[in-house]
Design a protein around this ligand. Structure first.
Ligand SMILES: Cc1ncc(COP(=O)(O)O)c(C=O)c1O
Length: 377
């Protein structure tokens, strides 16, 4: 029997470039492990890569969303439009802050909201829209930006999947001056710090507020505080800062980001070529020319659950991103009928997708998928 090619048993996995260990040792030996100079350097590094003036690092993508919503004034009594087909974190960031998620439909081809599905979901209480950049693909809300602005509705983007992607013919995700963008740097994302996230603010004042919100509401930086007998708490704040241990990993990952981005695009295109012509299997399009793909998802015409179990039995790391949120018991208060989301959610299957995979890994997965689809028919 042929040996199994690398990486097929994992749906997603981080890549270690090598320098991370030395970078961690350097932080460990300096004895100051919390937020510090490495965090500041990491913030500067991501801002430079995105071509934006500033970025605020936090301890997770979920914290980034939570703080971004709070900083734009979202709270109890407000509705926030969000797709149901996203990770629970997007919805929790809204609900945990006391606002109401208002679930929106998606385009079955991209699994993301569209200007039409956003407008359909808006209520008189809607104060924000949270598009989710599914698979890394940018969401273009420009046709409705004026309509949203007229109603005072802000855009806080969940770009957890989309670090390094670009809007077609336009700016990097994060560089739209009218949007607050939130990234996740968890272990399987395009860029990782081990665990972490970042917010791209729209102004200096927004950045200052986010920095205060992420660290106890204290005005003075940690370094300044060390030389003072007091400090000033200016308002609410939590412990959501990014440690230097995480930032040190992120700085090394950042040095290798361009290579990883190319690798992810190449891997996605390899899947695209191998999947073409496979009956009953439709690749969810990520607009790979502009996107650093986070995953590779197909929709199956029939038998998704059986195909999933067959492939898992063969130790192939398929996964479902995501079970919809509007049918979760914890979100029952905000349920509404979303027939497209329900249909699509029963069809999607995420294939193993991470930089350790090779051409042979993709061929192996696609051959197994074709067999499972055929046997399920
Ligand atoms: C779409 C989406 N939003 C938000 C998050 C939350 O990010 P984190 O795990 O860094 O809190 C994730 C990742 O898990 C995600 O996939």
């Amino acid at each position: 029997m042929e040996p199994t090619p690398p990486g097929v048993e994992r749906n997603a996995a981080p890549i270690v470039h090598g320098g991370e260990i030395a970078a961690l040792e350097a932080v460990l030996s300096r004895g100051q492990w919390g937020h510090g100079p490495a965090t500041d350097r990491f913030e500067a590094g991501i801002a430079e890569l995105l071509g934006v003036p500033d970025a605020v690092a936090v301890n997770s993508g979920t914290s980034a969303l939570h703080l971004a919503l709070r900083s734009v004034g979202i709270g109890p009594g407000d509705d926030v439009v969000v797709p149901s087909l996203t990770f629970a974190a997007s919805v929790q960031a809204i609900a945990f802050g006391g606002a109401r998620p208002r679930f929106a439909e998606i385009d079955p081809e991209t699994l993301a909201v569209t200007p039409d599905t956003v407008m359909e979901a808006i209520t008189p209480d809607t104060k924000a829209v949270m598009p989710v950049l599914y698979g890394g693909r940018a969401v273009d809300l420009s046709p409705i930006r004026a309509a949203l602005a007229k109603r005072g509705i802000q855009v806080v983007e969940d770009a957890a999947h989309a670090f390094g992607s670009r809007a077609p013919g336009g700016w990097m995700v994060g560089a739209d001056p009218d949007t607050v963008t939130c990234f996740s740097f968890d272990p399987i994302k395009n860029l990782t710090t081990g665990q972490g996230g970042a917010i791209v603010p729209r102004s200096r004042a927004e950045a200052d507020n986010l920095r205060s919100l992420r660290l106890f509401g204290i005005v003075q930086s940690r370094d300044t505080r060390a030389g003072l007998t007091t400090y000033e708490v200016q308002g609410a704040g939590m412990r959501f800062d990014m440690s230097q241990l995480n930032a040190a990993i992120g700085l090394v990952q950042l040095e290798h980001f361009t290579g990883v981005a190319t690798m992810r695009q190449h891997l996605w295109r390899t899947y695209q070529a191998e999947l073409s012509g496979l009956d009953g299997v439709h690749l969810v399009d990520v607009d790979v020319a502009n996107t650093v793909p986070f995953n590779c998802v197909v929709r199956l015409d029939r038998g998704r659950d059986e195909v999933f179990h067959r492939l898992r039995t063969e130790n192939i790391g398929v996964a479902v991103h995501y079970p919809p949120n509007h049918t979760q018991p914890g979100f029952a208060a905000w349920h509404r009928d979303l027939p497209v989301t329900e249909r699509v959610a029963a069809q999607i299957l995420g294939l193993p997708f991470h930089p350790a995979m090779t051409y042979d890994s993709v061929r192996f997965v696609v051959t197994a998928l074709a067999r499972a689809v055929k046997e399920t028919a």
